[in-house]
Design a protein around this ligand. Structure first.
Ligand code: NAD
Length: 433
């Protein structure tokens, strides 16, 4: 099948390579000339495990190519996936300007009927808005369907190639049949396609992200209670997770959720609800709890280190989660800004996210990005573990104690054991234990 994907970000590039992997002829377009130039040279502009091999294989086989020309993408395909960003606008609503701009661009260049599929996360009613916008600019028939994406950064390739489920939102029989054919090879083992109307598909995506965000905030709230009453949230969550009605996934206490999806999607869902006179108070509470949770390690730093001003803190883990270089809305950004405002010096380390982090932080005075996690710990009055990359799990603690100015470990992901660390002379604080 001839497929185009608009946007070569974390979703678009994975989807384009994934569709190509199953034998489709794919054009992937982006207005970012730098990204396309790198892709054409065989470089992958983001860090995502396994993506380089997948892209290379499909470019090599002639099934995947890149362009800065949305017109070429429009003319190429019978189905066009929209995978452009939908970031938060200042009022919390989803900023749809990239999506609408791409839709206009494609409509102007269409020379045949097409199915346009919103893969970007968009508020309810957006498929209808895109259809109207495109209908005004082309005489060719355009059906707009919703097919929200559920891949997770860090495991995006596998998530896309072996999806838990595929949600297809359209009332158009032909579009449904076409998307069924396109996805069939991904679902050989069992039928996991859920068909619905576009509005329900749009709500499904936000409901999933809001639910997962709420689970995280719930367990963080319980962790904060455990802290006060002398219980261990790690035991509590294990006991909870064994109940099959609850399950153990997404029940890890920490420094709050971040990333390019949960924060903006909960905000956008709240905005949609507000526009319809509903408060969605559970989601609003999840967001409020999360904002407070991001500063937990700063509060613990004050408790264990006293005055922040003039002290040096090492931040380990800057990306919003392991195995990605994505720092959008990462808790570490909030933590770094709070410590800098209080007059701290920062030494930063992340296996992949360092450059993006420095760019978002604005490279302020008093911050040093280190290539090596031990180098970051040198002279630090505390290490703040913000993201649980595997390499932070079992560091050489004795070496750390030698390097640090004070032996303080603030474990924002409950990766380390208090007894072991206290025996080595560290002062330790985790989350809810
Ligand atoms: P991203 O910012 O990484 O990529 C978006 C790309 O779109 C950019 O490269 C940008 O240059 C390009 N773009 C913008 N306007 C364009 C235009 N007019 N024509 C062509 N290209 C254009 O975003 P992302 O993380 O891939 O997310 C894309 C969408 O998918 C968002 O709605 C997001 O909420 C959703 N989503 C993301 C994830 C995730 O884990 N990142 C998971 C599921 C869903």
């Amino acid at each position: 099948m001839k497929v185009s994907v608009i946007g070569t970000g974390y979703v678009g590039l994975v989807a384009a390579a994934g569709f190509a992997e199953h034998g489709n002829d794919v054009v992937c377009a982006d207005i970012d000339e730098g990204k396309i130039a790198r892709l054409r040279k065989g470089e992958i502009p983001i860090f995502e495990p396994g993506l380089d091999t997948l892209v290379e294989r499909n470019v090599g086989a002639g099934r995947l190519r890149f362009t800065t020309d949305n017109g070429e993408a429009a003319r190429h395909a019978e189905v066009i996936f929209m995978a452009v960003g939908t970031p938060s606008a200042a009022d919390g609503s989803a900023n749809l300007s990239y999506l609408f701009e791409a839709a206009r661009d494609i409509a102007r260049h269409l020379d045949h009927p097409v199915v346009v599929v919103n893969k970007s996360t968009v508020p309810v009613g957006t498929a209808e808005r895109v259809a109207r916008i495109m209908g005004e600019l082309t005489k060719h028939r355009v059906v707009v369907a919703s097919n929200p994406e559920f891949l997770k950064e860090g495991t995006a390739v596998d998530d896309f190639l072996f999806p838990d489920r595929v949600v297809i939102g359209t009332d158009d029989e032909d579009a449904r049949e076409l998307l069924h054919r396109l996805y069939r090879p991904f679902l050989r083992q069992s039928e996991r396609v859920v068909y619905m109307d576009a509005r329900s598909a749009e709500v499904t995506k936000y409901a999933c992200n809001a639910y997962l965000a709420t689970r995280i905030s719930f367990v963080n709230d319980i962790a904060n209670l455990c802290d006060l009453v002398g219980a261990d949230v790690e035991k509590v969550r294990t006991g909870m997770g064994m109940d099959p009605r609850i399950g153990n996934k997404f029940l890890y206490p920490g420094v709050g959720y971040g990333g390019s999806c949960f924060p903006k999607d909960t905000r956008a869902l709240l905005d949609t609800a507000r526009a319809h006179g509903l408060s969605l108070s559970l989601v609003a509470a999840a967001e409020r709890i999360n904002e407070a949770q991001k500063l937990l390690l700063v509060r613990k730093a004050r408790q264990l280190c006293g005055e922040i001003t003039g002290k040096t803190f090492a931040l380990w883990g800057l990306a919003f989660k392991p195995n990605t270089d994505d720092v959008r809305d990462a808790p570490a950004l909030r933590i770094a800004r709070a410590l800098l405002t209080d007059g701290a010096q920062l030494r930063l380390h992340d296996p992949e996210g360092g450059p993006n982090f420095m760019q978002d932080l604005g490279d302020p005075a008093g911050t040093t990005l280190c290539d090596d996690m031990y180098e970051a710990a040198r002279g630090a009055h505390a290490i703040l573990l913000c993201t649980e990359w595997r390499q932070y799990r079992s560091p050489d603690f004795e070496r750390l104690r030698e390097l640090m100015a004070e032996p303080v470990l603030l474990d924002g992901r409950n990766q380390w054991e208090r007894e072991q660390l206290e025996a080595l002379g560290f002062r330790y604080a985790g989350v809810g234990r």
